[in-house]
Design a protein around this ligand. Structure first.
Ligand SMILES: Cc1ncc(COP(=O)(O)O)c(C=O)c1O
Length: 380
């Protein structure tokens, strides 16, 4: 089977460096908030240009810490795309707040800025005090931040960017992590920058947001170890994961370039098939970190049959996401934009993600794309 994501190939490049880093942690023994955590935060600040970086226990906790930093209160609303992973929305109800679902664009898979006005009105008409917008950089492509920020500024809303998948990407040459009030990312192993366990981080230029999140991630700690300023969590990153990330960050820019080349090659081979597949679309102002390479199948192609057929050819595929978030039981009662979620419903039926990682070889891409062509013909 061709690996969907090949973490072993990556590890091979840097195994001895990672071993050394882990050995250092074992030698100094500061497993919690050891020096590698600060070193990583400093390097990530440099990488993104963001003033404050706080590493934490996961991408989901990063979103939660960001919302705490933004002082989101019970009953307040946040606009969030319906075509995303559960974490983007689940952190709001955890704080007693209300996700208001907005549709995405078919071309980019990301929040559709043209639907913001209707979505805000939906919240207002329900009497919800809408406080912010959560943009999501799905599959690696950063959210279309300019119109989102313009709308937010006009309506006194904040923007929190869920960059779990788009970390390493750029928008108008600016690195993700420094595009809006707060950014959250995930270091889950399969993410573009992943560790060997769970991890995440938030990025902000706002000192107060950072300070609240920093305190919240250690039980709401005040100036002293056993003095508490607020209700908090235990959401620290482990020192060993920070040590691993320090080595992975070194090769990260090169890996993003490799992913771009792979995406280009996929585009080239798949467009030659003339099968009416919709390939990922990237305007010049976007640079994707290619967390996923996702195509849209023509509606007449039966996705499950195609997946089964490709599996027989040793090609794994995945569907992110088969059910719109608002359709899941815990989210069904939350409001949906009056502009509707047409694109989300279409995408959830027709998207298909193909193997993607920086070490995918050209011969594999040729094999995968030729077999997609043959498989589609054989099932139609
Ligand atoms: C869009 C998005 N947001 C948030 C998360 C949460 O990250 P984590 O798994 O590190 O909690 C993920 C992880 O899959 C994600 O894809």
């Amino acid at each position: 089977m061709i690996p969907f994501i090949d973490l072993k190939a990556q590890q091979k490049q840097i195994r001895s460096k990672i071993d050394n880093r882990i050995k250092k942690v074992l030698d100094h023994g500061q497993y919690i908030l050891g020096p590698e955590v600060k070193e990583l935060e400093n390097k990530l600040a440099k990488f993104t240009g963001s003033k404050h970086v706080l590493c934490c226990s996961s991408g989901t906790d990063a979103l939660l810490l960001a919302l705490l930093g933004l002082k989101l209160q019970p009953g307040e609303g946040v606009i969030v795309p319906s075509f995303t992973f559960a974490s983007s929305a689940e952190v709001m109800p955890l704080l007693g707040a209300i996700p208001i679902f907005i549709d995405v664009e078919a071309d980019t898979f990301n929040l559709d800025p043209a639907k913001l006005e209707d979505t805000l009105q939906t919240g207002n008409q329900l009497g919800i005090n809408v406080k912010g917008i959560m943009s999501v950089g799905l599959f690696g492509q950063p959210a279309n931040m300019k119109p989102i920020k313009d709308f937010a500024a006009k309506n006194s809303l904040w923007v929190l960017d869920d960059a779990a998948q788009s970390f390493g990407g750029k928008y108008n040459n600016q690195t993700v992590g420094n595009l809006c009030e707060v950014t959250a990312t995930s270091f889950f192993p399969a993410k573009p920058l992943g560790c060997y366990g769970d991890g995440g981080a938030i990025f902000t230029n706002n000192k107060e947001i950072y300070e609240i999140a920093n305190s919240s991630h250690v039980h709401g700690m005040g100036n002293n170890r056993y003095e508490y300023d607020r209700i908090g969590m235990n959401a620290r990153i482990s020192t060993i994961q920070a040590a691993i990330l320090l080595e992975k960050l070194e090769i990260f820019p090169d890996e993003i370039n490799k992913r771009q080349k792979i995406a280009d090659s996929y585009n080239q081979h798949l467009s030659k098939l003339n099968l009416n597949l919709k390939l990922p679309y990237l305007e010049k102002k976007f640079q994707s970190s290619w967390a996923q390479y996702t195509i849209i199948l023509p509606s007449e192609v039966k996705r499950e049959l195609l997946q089964e057929n490709l599996k027989l050819r040793n090609i794994p595929t995945a569907v992110y996401y088969p059910i719109p978030l608002n359709e899941h039981k815990p989210y069904k009662h939350y409001p949906v934009s009056k502009a509707g979620l047409k694109v989300t419903y279409e995408l959830s039926k027709n998207v298909l993600s193909l193997p993607m990682h920086p070490y995918l070889e050209e011969k594999d891409i040729v094999y995968i794309t030729e077999n997609i062509g043959e498989a589609i013909k054989s099932i139609s």
